[in-house]
Design a protein around this ligand. Structure first.
Ligand SMILES: [Zn+2]
Length: 494
């Protein structure tokens, strides 16, 4: 690659909160258009904003997770521009002194290495309303106007579309862990603008273009990969990159120019006169710190280092915080990490996927799974019967011990009883017994299969296998006259 590429992201997340950021209208998605509005969020003359503390708290949590420097004195600013979805003709945002600056995010790359991505700032602002275009007319819904939006701006430390895709995925996972947003990209609660520039190595940043409103991490990758290539072609032909905002067209997999990119001074930012500067106190920061949770990458590392889980298992379990919390609570009541991880990522997940149910809403409560493991580990049921019991827990919403009792699934571990069944199986398959005796050990598996079939899988498999092998071996060393295991058995068992 002849050129060096630089990629930066601006990520907007809609914060979960009871009310909007500067008024007391509900912050709720999907209601009747223009039902959650008031003079403040509609920009009526004389209406005054007041700051929502819940949104502030969540903004500070994100700043903390990104290791930002927190400004003691936070200032809100007006960003002035006209657009119909914004009734005030300006947006209240932060410019000079936002909540957080100079943070970083540890991005895990595909090869497992960590790249430190610098965070320029984290600022709180209000979202605009929604325009619904319908043929020749456009309609406006201001329910979203004034809902709290947090913008996270990275430095141009990413180098390719794939990096940016990973960043969006890992960042989204982190903010979901923090419980500050649902991060639903399709519904727009996490939106991403991506900017990029290229230059010859050592020459620093080039002229950048921005692709706006990408609503999936895959599109972020595709749009950036396309733009980096486009920049290269333009420059190779002696052309010049124009600083502009572009739109990604998923249908054609190309970007097209939307408008030339404004500079920040075009917006005539000035401090919001209706909101006093906000002081972040030590008491508040202490509360924020106390509310922090172990972040996904730290948790994954802990699972691999301390619990010796594989990368795939650890990544799977930490994918969603609720899954990891479930896993931790199973371990806290005494279950083995490896057993828990392999059942969770295996049979439990298979059932949940098939039935389209989330773990936390399923009948698989940790206490029941612990009980299931105990039944297996104490050899009261076999592993295979355990899988059957798991299905029954889901279908019947009962404890495993009750299911085992109701269905008579308890394993036969009484050696006398097992021997009796083994004798019958051996007697029914004399040719196979001969083959085993001749050294074909694989045929023991066949006999085991027959045994399980005859007992509905309820025989303790280890014990059964031992008895089968012993009986056939004793036949060789014992009475060679008889090939009938039934006869052999009589005097040969200790
Ligand atoms: Zn309102």
């Amino acid at each position: 690659m002849k050129y060096q590429s630089f990629v930066g992201l601006e990520i907007h997340i809609q914060l979960i909160s009871k009310t909007k950021v500067f008024c007391s209208c509900p912050n709720h998605f999907g209601d009747e258009p223009n039902s959650n509005v008031c003079p403040v969020c509609l920009g009526y003359p004389g209406a005054l904003p007041s700051l929502n503390e819940e949104a502030v708290f969540k903004a500070l949590k994100v700043c903390k997770a990104l290791d930002c420097y927190i400004n003691e004195k936070v200032i809100f600013d007006r960003k002035n521009y006209f657009y119909p979805d914004m009734p005030k003709n300006y947006q209240i945002t932060q410019f000079e002194s936002p909540f957080g600056v100079d943070g970083f995010f540890n991005l895990e790359l595909d090869d497992g290495s960590i790249k430190k991505i610098r965070i320029h700032d984290v600022h709180l602002e209000e979202d605009a309303g929604k325009m619904i275009h319908d043929g020749y007319q456009s309609r406006l819904d201001y329910n979203r106007a004034g809902t709290p939006l947090l913008e996270i701006v990275t430095e141009p430390d990413l180098v390719a579309g794939r990096d940016a895709e990973l960043f969006v995925q890992q960042f989204r996972q982190m903010v979901r862990y923090l419980d500050v947003t649902d991060g639903n990209m399709e519904e727009g609660s996490l939106r991403c603008d991506a900017n990029t520039s290229i230059n010859l190595p050592g020459k620093g940043l080039g002229t950048k273009t921005e692709v706006k409103n990408l609503n999936s991490s895959r599109f972020v990758n595709k749009a950036l990969t396309y733009e980096i290539k486009r920049h290269g072609k333009v420059i190779d032909k002696g052309g010049e990159i124009i600083q502009e905002t572009r739109l990604w067209d998923e249908k054609t997999s190309t970007s097209k120019s939307m408008r030339t990119k404004e500079d920040s001074h075009d917006y005539r930012y000035f401090p919001e006169p209706d909101l006093p500067p906000y002081r972040v106190t030590d008491v508040l920061m202490k509360e924020v710190e106390d509310s922090m949770v172990e972040l996904p990458n730290d948790r994954k590392k802990r699972y691999m280092d301390d619990l010796k889980l594989s990368f795939d298992q650890a990544a799977f379990i930490t994918g969603e915080r609720k899954t990891a919390d479930w896993f931790d609570s199973l371990l806290s009541i005494g279950s083995d990490a490896n057993q828990a991880a392999s059942w969770l990522s295996g049979d439990i997940q298979k059932i949940l996927n098939k039935e389209d149910v989330l773990l936390e809403n399923s009948p698989f409560i940790p206490k029941r799974i612990k009980e299931l493991f105990e039944l297996i580990n104490d050899k009261k049921i076999s592993n295979n019967i355990g899988k059957e019991v798991l299905q029954a827990i889901f279908k019947e919403d009962k404890d495993p011990s009750v299911i085992v009792k109701d269905k008579g699934l308890e394993q036969v571990s009484d050696s006398g009883a097992v021997e009796k069944i083994v004798e019958e199986v051996l007697a029914a398959h004399p040719a196979v017994v001969d083959a085993v005796r001749a050294g074909d050990d694989k045929q023991v598996g066949f006999l085991m299969g027959q045994l399980m079939k005859a007992t509905g899988g309820k025989v303790n498999p280890q014990m059964a296998r031992e008895i089968i092998v012993n009986k056939i071996k004793l036949d060789i060393s014992g009475d060679s006259q008889s090939r009938d295991p039934k006869i052999i058995e009589k005097g040969s068992e200790k």
